[in-house]
Design a protein around this ligand. Structure first.
Ligand SMILES: Cc1cc2nc3c(=O)[nH]c(=O)nc-3n(C[C@H](O)[C@H](O)[C@H](O)COP(=O)(O)OP(=O)(O)OC[C@H]3O[C@@H](n4cnc5c(N)ncnc54)[C@H](O)[C@@H]3O)c2cc1C
Length: 432
């Protein structure tokens, strides 16, 4: 990035998008000020303390192909091998399906994994491998975007393959049910994760909380370079001027040469709505639908473990289970993740936790009751990643105002990588 030291830039929102932009700006000696409305940084990927136990607002997972996120974590002092438990690609649906990638170069590792997967018939395995080869020959690009359900039907993936492999994969990657999900965006992720180097498909499970992992370190990094990070200081309004933009917060009014708005979509729309020139951008944000993610944390006695650090359940409320004892030495702490819309949303939280407790008993014989449980419902966890979605661009009609965030234009679904890439794109646009 060029030196932009004549600029004085405000970043609204201290999530992964905003803090990535702030780090990139601080690194080229640009004056940067971050305003974060919450008491802590991290946004939708933040640490939460409950009953003296360190949790996150939801169990997150990174892929080895999340290059920009991993790079940013390293830039601010993180150590990837210490901060994460790294697992080679594996998908286990307890008692129903198991796929493990051998130590072979990509994409051979995936083909062998598919051909040797347990829980599918020989013809189903062959069918899945053929599908992957077809996608590869298409360079993972579709002539027209369609839903994942349509893509799977076009390629004759039968119901066992859909239920055991493609549907769990799509929901984990896009947080959108397959009948609503964009096949092209799923293929973008598959292309990056499965097609290049074997390490790209590794799954990285954080050993530390998500505020500490990057945003807090990023804030230290920014402050050491002269930038400012204000928490509990939400932006209330924006006023574009001839030569800059005014920002109103509880601290008062400050003027900046540029503003990167990295607040979540609903807040961004609220801040931009009064600005007539941004009607089109606001309309695009308003048109986004959202999908939830529920995480049920259960603290069992410390001897309770699961067979693996991460495993799925077939046709249950708990889609993915994580054993925090195996991941981060939090023994007896289990997390059940339920992504995307579904009947679980109709249950009161205590009822949902009880369903998960019953599932753990039935699937693994865990007869003890948890000492406590905590349900964290993120009702607007991500945008609904449907085909041909017109996401707002990082550039707006006002050259001094940019948009960052996982929901802005990009090839990725709502992920940490999408958020980080959008933040870095804004800093590139300013320097250009
Ligand atoms: C439960 C859950 C599980 C997930 N799992 C995964 C996963 O496994 N892998 C993955 O890659 N992604 C996952 N995601 C998605 C990922 O967390 C998001 O894509 C990413 O964190 C979005 O970052 P962001 O910076 O774009 O937005 P946000 O994190 O929403 O950041 C916006 C920030 O703006 C702040 N803000 C709001 N209003 C104002 C205001 N007026 N003034 C100033 N600041 C304001 C907010 O407090 C917040 O800190 C998950 C999300 C959730 C919720």
């Amino acid at each position: 990035m060029n030196n932009t030291h004549h600029n004085n830039i405000a970043v609204i929102g201290g999530g992964y998008a905003g803090m990535s932009a702030a780090v990139a700006l601080a690194d080229c000696s640009t004056a940067v000020t971050v305003f974060e409305s919450a008491q802590q940084l991290g946004g939708r990927a933040r640490g939460v303390t409950y009953n003296d136990t360190q949790l996150d607002n939801g169990q997150h997972l990174l892929l080895g192909c999340y290059r920009q996120t991993l790079h940013m974590i390293k830039m601010v002092g993180g150590n990837i091998e210490q901060d994460f438990l790294r697992l080679p690609l594996q998908l286990d649906l307890h008692k129903h399906f198991s796929l493990r990638a051998p130590r072979l170069p990509a994409p051979l590792h995936l083909l062998v994994a598919l051909l040797s997967a347990q829980g599918l018939s020989f013809s189903e395995r062959l069918n899945a491998a053929r599908f992957m080869l077809t996608l590869r020959s298409m360079r993972f690009e579709l002539p027209n975007d369609i839903t994942v359900t349509e893509l799977l039907a076009n390629h004759k993936q039968d119901s066992a393959l859909v239920q055991k492999l493609w549907e769990p994969l799509c929901i984990a990657a896009l947080n959108t049910p397959i009948h609503k999900a964009s096949a092209q965006v799923l293929l973008n992720v598959m292309c990056d994760a499965l097609n290049q180097s074997r390490a790209d498909s590794d799954m990285l499970l954080p050993r530390i909380d998500f505020s500490t992992l990057f945003p807090q370190r990023a804030a230290n990094h920014v402050e050491q370079r002269g930038g400012k990070v204000y928490i509990a200081c939400g932006v209330e309004a924006l006023h574009p001027l001839e030569d800059g933009i005014e920002i109103i917060t509880a601290r008062g009014t400050d003027k900046f040469s540029h503003v990167i708005c990295a607040a979540p979509p609903v807040v961004a729309a609220k801040l931009l709505r009064p600005i007539a020139a941004l009607t089109e951008t606001v309309a695009r944000i308003d048109s986004l639908e959202h999908q939830p993610i529920y995480t049920v944390y259960l603290q069992y006695p410390s001897h309770i473990t699961l067979p693996h650090s991460m495993l799925g359940l077939h046709q249950r409320y708990s889609q993915w289970l994580f054993d925090k004892g195996r991941i981060s030495d939090q023994h007896g702490l289990l997390a059940a993740v339920i992504s995307a819309e579904g009947i679980h949303q109709e249950l009161p939280q205590d009822e949902l936790a009880k369903k998960v407790i019953v599932e753990l008993r039935e699937e693994f014989g865990i007869a003890e009751q948890p000492v406590w449980f905590k349900v964290i419902a993120e009702k607007r966890a991500t945008f609904c990643c449907s085909p041909n979605l017109q996401r707002p661009s990082q550039q707006t009609a006002l050259p001094r105002l940019l948009l960052a965030g996982d929901y802005t234009a990009g090839d990725y679904p709502a992920t940490l990588e999408g958020a980080v890439m959008s933040g870095l794109k804004c800093t590139d646009l300013i320097s250009a």
